[in-house]
Design a protein around this ligand. Structure first.
Ligand SMILES: *Cc1c(COP(=O)(O)O)cnc(C)c1O
Length: 381
């Protein structure tokens, strides 16, 4: 019998039937009054839920486009920017910013670790940075940055705007924009929101909007705040055709978050992640992210000696679970297990059970139930 495959990669994440159904709806005109009111509602809810005083943008595109949108609206050629990188996606900002001819300073950590706060503090004293970028959860390492603490630090640097890449964290890791001093937070639909890929969501603080005003014109067209702002204030206006069905899908995902409660959703992710990580360790894997800096959205599990990555992942897929491969220096050495968004204990126990069966099939001694049991005993108590 062929299994339904669980997509347990760090995005796209499993899409709930309620959200999928929105994708199948008959597409209407973008000025359709019902659609306009749906669009308004989702914009309003996103601001309120994440406690944002400024603006929110929903634009068709991926997380990488949001990265570009963030910096393009805050900096000009020659401006100083500090990039705090905990892996592959932190590094992506280096390329984006170099292409735009900003003056780039980078603080990188060893993969699995974070850049200490004291190092960031010292760096900030060196020059006048127009912005700092931090990846809340770097998907390549599974490391969570201390976003709140960095935000507190930056309160002493009024001219330095705080950009947080929340693509692998927003709607799972605790994030409140104003409380944390964030100027720009962005995510993409396919990660912890559990919507298919295709939309980016970006929040901008009043300070970020003021900076955009000071720049007058920018070189970028599609990602210009000023082009989209009138639409975000009045969605019946036109700039670029909104991704109607995607926006409905996002609205459904936001409805589901409201039903669950955002705070409860953060706590659910914390509890599940802790229990999953214990289970993964009980099954003999090592976790790349050091304890204390592990994300709640994914776990990067390093293979023990003798397990072949390709064989492991292909057998696991036969057992019904798709996981992602390692990136950069960890290619072939680990698998990345996403556990964010609209998943539940059914999905997680099935996933852990499939990992146990896979270990057995690749010839690793495994006590059946060890992973599932460890998970349940941690999550149920
Ligand atoms: C996935 C991801 C991105 C890129 O998002 P795309 O939608 O693939 O462009 C950026 N940052 C982080 C942290 C991510 O996990």
């Amino acid at each position: 019998m062929k299994n339904k495959k669980l997509v347990m990669i760090p995005g796209p994440t499993p899409v709930h039937r309620r959200i999928q159904n929105q994708m199948g709806r008959e597409t209407v005109a973008f000025k359709d009054p019902d659609f306009v009111s749906d669009f308004k509602e989702v914009l309003h809810d996103l601001k309120e839920l994440w406690r944002a005083k400024g603006e929110v943008f929903i634009v068709a595109g991926t997380g990488s486009m949001a990265m570009e949108m963030a910096v393009s609206n805050l900096l000009q050629k020659g401006d100083n920017i500090l990039i705090v990188s905990h892996g592959y996606f932190g590094d992506r900002f280096i390329e984006i910013c170099n292409n735009k001819a900003y003056q780039v300073d980078v603080l990188s950590s060893e993969w699995g670790k974070i850049v200490p706060l004291s190092v960031i503090e010292e760096k900030l004293k060196e020059k006048d940075f127009k912005a700092v970028t931090v990846t809340h959860v770097d998907t390549s390492t599974g490391v969570r940055a201390p976003v709140k603490e960095i935000g507190a630090l930056l309160k002493g640097y009024r001219d330095t705007l705080y950009i947080v890449d929340g693509v692998c964290s927003t709607a799972a890791e605790e994030e409140y924009i104003d409380d944390m001093g964030i100027d720009i937070l962005f995510t993409a639909s396919q990660k912890a929101l559990g919507v298919p890929p295709g939309l980016m969501i970006l929040w901008a603080s009043p300070e970020a909007m003021r900076r955009r005003e000071q720049l007058a014109t920018i070189q970028d067209y599609y990602v210009d705040f000023n082009k989209w702002l009138p639409i975000m204030h009045e969605p019946s206006k036109y700039f670029g055709t909104p991704a109607i069905n995607m926006i409905w899908a996002l609205k459904e995902a936001v409805e589901m978050i409201k039903e669950e409660g955002l705070e409860k959703r953060f706590r659910r992710h914390e509890k599940d992640a802790f229990a999953i990580q214990k289970a993964i360790e009980a099954l003999g894997f090592k976790i790349l992210a050091q304890e204390g800096n592990r994300s709640v959205t994914l776990t990067n599990a390093i293979y023990s000696e003798g397990i072949d990555d390709k064989e492991f992942r292909s057998i696991l897929a036969e057992e019904g679970v798709v996981v992602a491969d390692g990136l950069g220096p960890y290619s072939g050495k680990l698998f990345r297990l996403g556990h964010m968004g609209n998943i539940d204990k059914h999905i997680i126990t099935s996933t852990l059970s499939a990992i146990e069966r896979t270990l057995y099939r690749v010839g690793v001694e495994v006590e059946f139930g060890q992973g599932v049991g460890t998970y349940l005993s941690n999550v149920m108590k």
